[in-house]
Write a protein that binds this ligand. Structure first.
Ligand SMILES: [Ca+2]
Length: 345
């Protein structure tokens, strides 16, 4: 059974499901003609686009706790070099299946084996890329804005309906890159192997992100929601609306709001053979990794720090966007580099 996703996030469910299976399931669970139409919209593929925007120089803001990318104004946080626990053990997967019986074992086993991964230090955007930031990219490059979501564009909300190619082109324009899957998990999870970005409690005991909630159910009566949870947003929320849910690294909205594209190709078996140092995904693939869950998700399986999903790189959805990363110099005083050079490039 499908559990943790309402339309359109339902389309993120299960690597093994193709579009026809999803539509069949949608009919089976009675989401109705409107949902089918929305699902069809979510499935639209956009043509592949070759990134052409040149990389741009970054400049430092001088802030000791972070750095601003002057190209798009994004705040970045520094994640120091080191090791963290990535993925889940088989015992942890069994526990998730016990607590969330609607979860799919087939999807969760891709998180195994749990292992210790070591990364170089990196910068990562504190927030998801916003509509206003993406609009500026489009204006400067002549790229068309994506199709707007049902409730229209709102400047401080995350950009959506962007393909992996769109996200990658934005990153090149901004002089940065998409995070690897390992960086994305490290930026969310920290170094204490927590189950959720806010800790280990389920359901959340305070407002920690934008999920399928009581507010959404007032509009979408047939949605399943996080039990007893009301974040106040039906669709996307302005980025950074939930400081209580900020990750140990300092990133906002790493769980919920929108799914986020990662740089890596997806392989369900990758953890069993990928390197333990700076893994970058398989060399080839058909789907790109997406992470984090969205405003449409309600299950503990999807909203954990370790959950892996995927989508074709040309596909767009109203609940999928991205954030960027950067391999720039560390900030002054970074412990891993013994107080290295200033972050100013
Ligand atoms: Ca919500």
């Amino acid at each position: 059974m499908l559990s943790s996703a309402n339309v359109p996030a339902l389309l993120h469910r299960a690597p093994a499901l193709d579009r026809r299976e999803l539509l069949t399931m949608l009919r089976a669970i009675g989401q109705g003609p409107a949902a089918l139409m929305l699902a069809a919209v979510g499935c639209v593929l956009v043509a592949s686009q070759t990134p052409t925007a040149p990389g741009a120089a970054n400049d430092a803001s001088g802030k000791p706790s972070g750095q601003r990318n002057m190209k798009d104004g994004a705040e970045m946080v520094w994640v120091p070099a080191g090791s963290f626990v990535m993925g889940s053990s088989e015992r942890e997967i069994e526990e998730v299946l016990r607590r969330e019986p609607r979860a799919m074992r087939q999807a969760l086993v891709a998180e195994t084996p749990r292992r210790t991964v070591t990364l170089e230090g990196f910068w990562v955007y504190r927030d998801e890329v916003t509509v206003s930031q993406y609009r500026r990219f489009c204006e400067e490059t002549g790229r068309p804005m994506p199709r707007p979501p049902a409730d229209g564009w709102k400047d401080k909300h995350p950009i959506v309906n962007v393909s992996w190619h769109d996200a990658n082109a934005y990153c090149k324009w901004a002089g940065v890159r998409l995070p690897t899957e390992a960086e994305r998990e490290r930026a969310t999870r920290g170094t204490d192997a927590r189950l959720f970005v806010w800790g280990n409690s389920w359901p959340p005991v305070k407002l920690v992100g934008n999920f399928a909630d009581i507010s959404a159910k007032r509009v979408h009566a047939n949605w399943t929601i996080v039990p007893g949870y009301d974040d106040g947003f039906v669709g996307t929320a302005p980025v950074g609306s939930f400081p209580e849910g900020r990750s140990p690294a300092g990133c906002n909205d790493t769980a919920g709001n929108v799914w986020e594209w990662c740089a890596d190709w997806y392989d369900a078996r990758y953890y069993s053979y990928g390197p333990d140092r700076d893994p970058r995904g398989p060399e080839h693939g058909t789907h790109k990794v997406v992470r984090g869950g969205s405003f449409s998700n309600f299950g503990m399986d999807f909203l954990r720090t370790t959950f892996r999903s995927r989508w074709e790189p040309g596909a767009i959805s109203e609940d999928r966007g991205f954030r960027c990363a950067w391999s720039g110099p560390p900030p002054a005083g970074d412990p891993a580099t013994g107080g290295g050079p200033s972050a100013a490039p």
